[in-house]
Design a protein around this ligand. Structure first.
Ligand SMILES: NC(=O)c1ccc[n+]([C@@H]2O[C@H](COP(=O)([O-])OP(=O)(O)OC[C@H]3O[C@@H](n4cnc5c(N)ncnc54)[C@H](O)[C@@H]3O)[C@@H](O)[C@H]2O)c1
Length: 463
């Protein structure tokens, strides 16, 4: 069973009229992957499918289909492959491919409305159509690694993200496998949600590990203590329940303990739900800087239960709001938590190891990091990001009104020269230009801008 589509093909399946081609093509675009429509490819070689059915029968068609699916999934670079609704009847085919199987779910009435006037061989008779639907639904469910009915849902499923109200209480079922579970959280979060999480884990619960609050969790000494406390074998899973500090530290412990055990992130802050728990980056801080030691270790699952945010202090919510607004600017549209988690998931699946498009997520962060460093990190990250977004928008020639209205950034009193030096350290400078993430006409771009312009925008953020 594939837990996510990281470095794997996605095979999109579902009944006739589910919208597999539309959703598959959209998913491929969002993940930056090639898209193959197996029915379409078969028709190009063998002529219309209804003709193959009429001429040679369904079995012959299934054999051709299997051949196409095998060829498409044999390609080294992961792609998205939409298969016909009946591919599921070719026993074992989808399993054999080792792909992530995405089931596009649709209700039978919608499906029938969509296909009734087509010339599909299996959509001529309504009662036969409905009979097949009933027959196939359990087959899809059996082969599916994930289920979706819209574009964000497809991305979230591909990333292994489960977004549902009340899912904390289903944790026992949502943690993949059946091994033992070590639950990690800080004192505040464990105080509020620890007992519920523990109960939800039931017999799988093995141990509880408390971290110091906030950034002080992301220290070598805390990691070492956690390594020492863990008693999991390789079938075990670490569950990180908390904000970005908890998921960064526990995720890194999972990446390293026994040379890597699976982990599940249950983000309890807005920062965590729209950003930190998604994308597989884990890290601790060292005296030389934040997040300088870490690993890419994609969580086996991310469980997003927005009701956990109800207890989040306003100050913490603000931090997350800055990342949410950043994501909206990148996406070019309003997003809720689910949409923002899907946006980040797509970018990270597209560039899991941070060689390209993932840099977009740093919109405004060049400036934010410089201000934080100049303020000796006595500036909330969200406030710094809010200011950084202003600078990024101005350099992009964009209006800043939305950021001002949503985040009300206030210029900070820090030393200009210190901030500038920090920015230069953070950014590789080539000649007299500095690479910054900007918003272009077709979405985010990384562009070289004259150092003088970047400095001017930095100075505008300083009181
Ligand atoms: N790995 C990544 O991709 C990534 C991305 C963004 C940020 N981060 C990291 O995330 C960290 C910041 O995360 P954060 O802002 O979530 O901070 P955090 O983990 O420190 O949590 C903030 C505070 O809120 C409390 N809290 C958490 N959930 C609560 C809840 N539901 N109710 C009441 N209180 C709650 C915590 O006890 C803590 O004191 C930074 O270290 C940053 O580097 C990582």
């Amino acid at each position: 069973m594939a837990l996510n589509a990281l470095d794997r093909h996605v095979v999109v399946t579902g009944f006739m009229g589910a919208g597999k081609t539309t959703l598959g093509r959209d998913l491929a675009r969002r993940l930056g992957r090639p898209f193959h429509d197996v029915d379409h490819a078969i028709e190009e070689v063998h002529g219309p499918i209804w003709d193959i059915f009429a001429r040679d029968g369904e079995a012959a068609f299934r054999a051709i289909e299997a051949e196409f699916v095998r060829a498409a999934t044999a390609a080294r670079d992961p792609s998205v492959i939409a298969v016909g609704g009946g591919a599921v009847e070719t026993r074992g085919l989808l399993r054999e491919t080792d792909a992530f199987v995405l089931f596009v779910d649709v209700d039978v009435d919608t499906a029938w409305e969509r296909v009734r006037r087509s010339n599909r061989p299996l959509a001529r008779d309504e009662s036969e159509f409905r009979r097949r639907y009933e027959l196939r639904q359990p087959m899809y469910e059996e082969v599916a690694d994930g289920t979706a009915s819209d574009s964000d849902g497809a991305v979230l499923a591909a990333a292994g993200v489960h977004h549902e109200t009340g899912s904390l209480d289903d944790l026992g079922a949502l943690v993949p496998g059946d091994g033992r579970v070590a639950l990690v959280g800080d004192a505040v979060v464990l105080g509020i949600y620890g007992p519920r999480a523990q109960e939800a884990l039931g017999k799988r619960f093995a141990s509880l590990h408390e971290l110091p609050p906030g950034e002080s969790a992301k220290q070598g000494a805390v990691l070492e203590r956690l390594w020492g406390e863990l008693r999991l074998d390789r079938s075990g899973t670490i569950v990180a329940l908390g904000g970005g500090c908890t998921t960064d530290l526990a995720g890194f412990a999972a990446a390293t303990y026994l040379r890597g055990v699976p982990w599940v992130a249950v983000p309890t802050t807005l920062v965590g739900q729209v950003d930190a728990a998604v994308g597989g980056k884990t890290a601790i801080d060292i005296p030389g800087g934040k997040n300088l030691v870490g690993a890419f270790h994609w969580p086996a699952r991310v469980v997003i239960d927005e009701t956990l945010l109800e207890t989040l202090p306003e100050r913490e919510r603000r931090q997350g709001l800055a990342e949410l607004v950043k994501t909206q600017l990148l996406a070019g549209r309003e997003l809720d938590v689910r949409g923002a988690a899907a946006y980040k998931s797509a970018v990270c699946l597209r560039d899991p190891y941070d060689h390209g498009d993932r840099r977009w997520l740093n919109l405004g962060h060049t400036f934010a990091h410089a201000l934080e460093a100049a303020a000796d990190f006595d500036l909330p990250h969200g406030d710094a990001v809010a200011l950084g977004l202003l600078a990024a928008l101005r350099l992009s020639g964009r209006d800043t009104a939305a950021v001002e209205a949503r985040l009300a950034p206030k210029a900070v009193a820090v030393d200009v020269e210190r901030a500038w030096q920090a920015l230069l350290r953070d950014k590789k400078r080539s000649g007299d230009t500095i690479n910054v993430v900007l918003l272009g006409g077709n979405g985010p771009v990384v562009e070289a801008r004259p150092a003088a312009d970047v400095r001017r925008e930095l100075e505008r953020l300083i009181a």
